[in-house]
Design a protein around this ligand. Structure first.
Ligand code: SAH
Length: 557
């Protein structure tokens, strides 16, 4: 039993929400708080106190008997922001309780015991239906005990710190109709596609009965059914729609033309005449690939077939921004925590390592090795994992997105998360240099012949574009920047403003506003971007400003 104790009106409101959510697990202790605490402490295995931690510590100190005897205690603050595991984190189950209370109240669980496993997604928050001993296996994870993953099918799960070998606790990823054993949780991935066909007016009970029987005979779980698939002509067939609704899955339809092209074991003449494809159930189940587990079965008015479609891997290409933590977007943070495999350059991995969840497999490599990183990320996604490939700034700007997507085929899902690229980070520091048309040019001639780069610089000069140079200068590459600046100087006056920003948003960052005539290229390195204004750009109060429209500028002159 969980004892609930509160002192204030806000505390009582939160207490009542918890009591309403868990009517059978909780008991409210009213009356004077010290007395309520004493009684609950003696009578309950766990306590949730809607009180300050200090108050609870003072009240409980005289009652403490030892780790094995004391209840697990969670404190929730007045505003309901935090659920603090105060006492009995492991033995008393307070860590797990803090997580559970947090989920009910929208409070953040605060756990201070020395296991990093607290930053775990709950097994029931992985996005898949769960069965079995969720509380016991969750507690084992929270306590850092080994939990094995037994994956019968692939699915891009978020990171969970599973043990390498067999363990007392197990999470089984399965679409088969098995029962959870002791100390086992079953996760039900939506891997099954049921193709259905039906004559007009086929009763819902018949369609559903046929589907359920097919699943049962094949030893498959209805909880792993992702969708019912059929031909367009049956998209409003009431029996199919009702059967899907009762299974809690959508109906997905395909054109007769698309279905005709699918190679099936049991084509027949009847559907060809009726809807224009020799197979509905088998073809609709197989059209997006997979393995046919149940070939076509028939009842009087319906047909069905079942296919297993393993989970598609997921590749998130994530830009980390220029360096500062608060320039990393919340979406990027979510994707980093969603991925069970992280691929990136070691120095970028260091930038975000603290955000990763325990159980994340980190594949880091040194400078260079770009193609290999891209290949690794795609290969991991192809193996069915949730992968994040990271890059600084925006991962699509002179970075990993293009080599990765060049490598990827349509057998994985790809998600891009934009990041604040160096040109924007630098511009915000300099003022408003990108207020009109602008271009970025990389001066690295590693992958691009210099003639091509120079031609583009010349075009930018002639078009009077503001130019941001990435990769402007390195130890072995020192003549390109002066050359590029000389090309621009052919079209712009020596007093054209130039911004030089080094390590934008990083601790040792610096920025300088100078001019095309005065810039000393020796002060520029690979940590720097150089932004050259156009003929309208001005230094206004030490800020680099490119007017938005030249009409405005003409009026001002
Ligand atoms: N994907 C990155 C760019 C990679 S190319 C982005 O979108 O920002 C590497 C070049 O980016 C460096 O040579 C430098 O010119 C520039 N750069 C990256 N981060 C920077 C920062 N914080 N400050 C200044 N320049 C940076």
């Amino acid at each position: 039993m969980i004892g609930l104790i509160s002192a204030t009106a806000a505390g009582a409101a939160a207490r009542d929400r918890l009591a309403a959510a868990w009517p059978d697990r909780t008991r409210v202790y009213d009356g004077p708080v010290p007395d309520a605490v004493r009684r609950a402490f003696a009578e309950c295995e766990q306590l949730v106190c809607f009180l300050a931690t200090g108050a609870v510590v003072r009240l409980m100190a005289p009652l403490l008997a030892g780790k094995a005897a004391d209840p697990g205690v969670v404190c929730v603050d007045e505003a309901g922001r935090f659920a603090v595991s105060l006492l009995g984190g492991h033995g008393g189950g307070a860590n797990a309780l803090a997580v559970e209370v947090g989920e009910v109240l929208g409070a953040r669980p605060v756990v201070t015991t020395a296991t990093d496993a607290v930053d775990l997604p709950g097994l029931d928050t992985l996005g898949l239906p769960v069965e079995g001993d969720v509380a016991g296996v969750s507690r084992a994870l929270l306590d850092g005990e080994p939990v094995a993953l037994d994956a019968e099918v692939t699915w891009p799960l978020p990171p969970v710190p599973f043990a390498d070998g067999p363990a007392a606790h197990t999470v089984r990823l399965t679409d088969r109709a098995v029962e959870a054993g002791p100390r086992e949780v079953l996760l039900r991935p939506p891997t099954l596609v049921v193709g259905v066909g039906a004559s007009r007016g086929a009763p819902a009970d018949e369609v559903l009965g046929l589907v359920e029987e097919a699943l049962r005979d094949a030893g498959l779980s209805a909880r792993s059914v992702a969708e019912l698939a059929t031909v367009d002509a049956k998209s409003d067939e009431p029996g199919i729609l009702a059967a899907a609704a009762r299974l809690g899955v959508p109906v997905v339809t395909y054109s007769a033309e698309e279905l005709s092209a699918v190679d099936v074991p049991n084509p027949s003449a009847a559907p060809l005449a009726a809807v224009g494809t020799p197979s509905v159930a088998e073809a609709a189940a197989l059209v997006r690939g997979g393995q046919l587990l149940v070939p076509k079965r028939k009842s009087a008015m319906a047909t069905c077939a079942v296919v297993r479609r393993p989970g598609r891997g997921r590749l998130a290409v994530v830009g980390l921004g220029p360096g500062a933590r608060d320039l990393l977007t919340p979406r990027a943070r979510d994707e980093l925590r969603r991925a069970s495999v992280l691929v990136g350059l070691d120095q970028y991995v260091d930038q975000i390592r603290d955000l990763l969840r325990p159980g994340t497999r980190v594949l880091e490599s040194g400078l260079g090795a770009e193609e290999e990183r891209a290949r690794t990320a795609v290969a991991e996604a192809r193996a069915g994992h949730a992968v994040a490939l990271i890059g600084s700034g925006d991962a699509g700007v002179y970075a990993m997105a293009s080599p990765a997507l060049a490598e990827a085929s349509d057998d994985i899902d790809v998600v891009g998360v934009p990041g604040v690229t160096a040109a924007l980070a630098a511009a915000a520091i300099l003022g408003a240099p990108l207020g009109h048309d602008h271009v970025s040019i990389s001066l690295s001639d590693l992958h691009t012949p210099w003639e091509v780069i120079e031609r583009r610089v010349r075009a930018a000069a002639e078009a009077d574009l503001v130019v941001t140079f990435y990769n402007p200068r390195s130890r072995g590459r020192d003549w390109q920047l002066p050359k590029a600046l000389a090309v621009l100087a052919g079209h712009r006056t020596p007093d054209t403003p130039v911004g030089v920003v080094r390590n934008a948003s990083r601790p040792d960052g610096s920025a300088r506003l100078t001019t095309l005539g005065a810039l000393d290229p020796a002060t520029v390195d690979m940590m720097t971007v150089v932004t050259v204004g156009n003929t309208a750009t001005r230094d206004i109060a030490g800020r680099m400003v490119t007017p938005r429209g030249y009409r405005w500028q003409e009026a001002a002159e």
